[in-house]
Design a protein around this ligand. Structure first.
Ligand SMILES: Nc1ncnc2c(CN3C[C@H](CSc4cnccn4)[C@@H](O)C3)c[nH]c12
Length: 229
């Protein structure tokens, strides 16, 4: 029986998800809150990690190891790199990397450490369900590479480095760490983001303006996917 983890990083990213559920049980653990719901016979645990790769790793590992989730879906917002991605648009990650992981001084490529890999691929079967749902609902969705790092990117210089180094389509601060955790624990996972800004000098203003609406875009699409699981 599937037990589903649904994760975001910010409260604003899971608020539109929690709105779909009733009879929520709250479990406090490791300085965080985990919301347990039952949905169409599916056990679901929902949480936001707080911002950044470390908090996201802790929450993903907790949802799997402590709550026994066997599938993990992430919903949230991202900065757009690919010019095809407009604010509000949806991107499904096919692979993720860490743009700020750097031991190039020792001859290694950006995003690589010994024992790791630059790109972690998401679970194909979950992506296929997502694309089917997008087609059935006439939703425009791009599949692409998402780069993760512990910084809010708001400069074309940093955005251009990430694009040229990893050929990334979008960027954020949690996805790749969730990917490393799920890949290591052999748990199918899916990372979905809606664009809130374009990671350039206007990113801070756009983010504030579009966080709520873009988080809802992602959440509404994710709920449609959950109904197909
Ligand atoms: N340009 C960008 N660069 C890096 N990440 C992003 C994201 C995705 N999320 C949003 C949030 C920004 S930091 C934060 C801190 N305080 C308040 C709000 N957000 C963090 O969880 C990563 C959207 N646009 C991004």
């Amino acid at each position: 029986m599937t037990k589903l983890a649904i994760m975001g990083a910010m409260e604003e990213e899971i608020e539109p998800l929690l709105a779909h559920f009733e009879n929520v049980n709250v479990v406090e653990f490791a300085n965080n809150k985990y919301y347990e719901v039952n949905y169409n016979g599916l056990e679901i645990v929902i949480a936001y990690s707080k911002i950044g790769k470390v908090f996201a790793s802790l929450t993903a590992a907790t949802m799997i190891e402590k709550f026994g989730c066997d599938t993990l879906l992430f919903s949230g917002v991202a900065g757009g790199i690919n010019p095809e991605l407009k604010i509000g648009d949806l991107i499904v990650a096919d692979k993720l990397c860490q743009h700020d992981l750097d031991i190039t001084a020792f001859g290694h490529p950006n995003g690589y450490v010994p024992g790791g890999k630059v790109f972690v691929e998401t679970t194909k079967s979950l992506r296929e369900i997502a694309i089917k749902v997008a087609n059935e609902n006439n939703l425009k969705v791009i599949e692409g590479t998402i780069a993760t790092g512990d910084q809010f990117v708001h400069s074309t210089e940093r955005k251009d480095f990430i694009q040229s180094t990893f050929n990334a389509d979008a960027l954020e601060m949690e996805g790749a760490s969730v990917a490393v955790v799920c890949d290591a624990l052999n748990v199918p996972f899916f990372i979905l983001r809606a664009i809130s800004d374009t990671a350039d000098m206007d990113a801070g203003f756009d983010f504030d303006e579009f966080l709520k609406s873009s988080a809802k875009n992602s959440a509404d699409y994710l709920i449609k996917i959950v109904k197909e699981l």
